[in-house]
Design a protein around this ligand. Structure first.
Ligand code: HEC
Length: 102
């Protein structure tokens, strides 16, 4: 490969990583984990299925990094005991369903 091709490949790879936060997570697994450990308080606060906490206009989470941090924090706070892979599954689910960070 010549030098411009290598540069191009590197750019492409970093763009792809950036384009898909939580790409290692599986949203289906994430939904199961989330529905088990995470909805009770959110429902108490917002009613319905609690998802309004993610879609309200003044939601706190503005970037994929903040979402990841929030999931980690809630994981620790609630004692869900998830591994990093499980946090990634939940991130993939919440991002696909509600946040749509690129
Ligand atoms: C003990 C109650 C409780 C549980 C259980 C809980 N949360 Fe939360 N969650 C909150 C509160 C309180 C907030 C903050 C609301 C605010 O700041 O307005 C919040 C906010 C959030 C937000 C940010 C919403 C926004 O504004 O964008 C995310 C994401 C979130 N929780 C994810 C989770 C996940 C994932 C779990 C499961 C591990 C979970 N929560 C379990 C109480 C809870």
């Amino acid at each position: 490969m010549n030098r411009p091709a290598i540069l191009f490949a590197a750019l492409f790879v970093s763009a792809a990583v950036h384009a898909a936060p939580f790409e290692k997570g599986d949203p289906k697994i994430g939904k199961t984990l989330h529905d088990k450990a995470c909805v009770s308080c959110h429902v108490g606060m917002f009613g319905g299925d609690g998802s309004k906490i993610y879609t309200r206009g003044d939601r706190k989470t503005k970037t994929a990094q903040q979402l990841a941090a929030r999931i980690s924090g809630c994981n620790a706070n609630t004692g869900a005991g998830w591994f990093p892979e499980e946090e990634a599954h939940v991130g993939a689910y919440l991002n696909q369903q509600y946040y749509k960070f690129k």
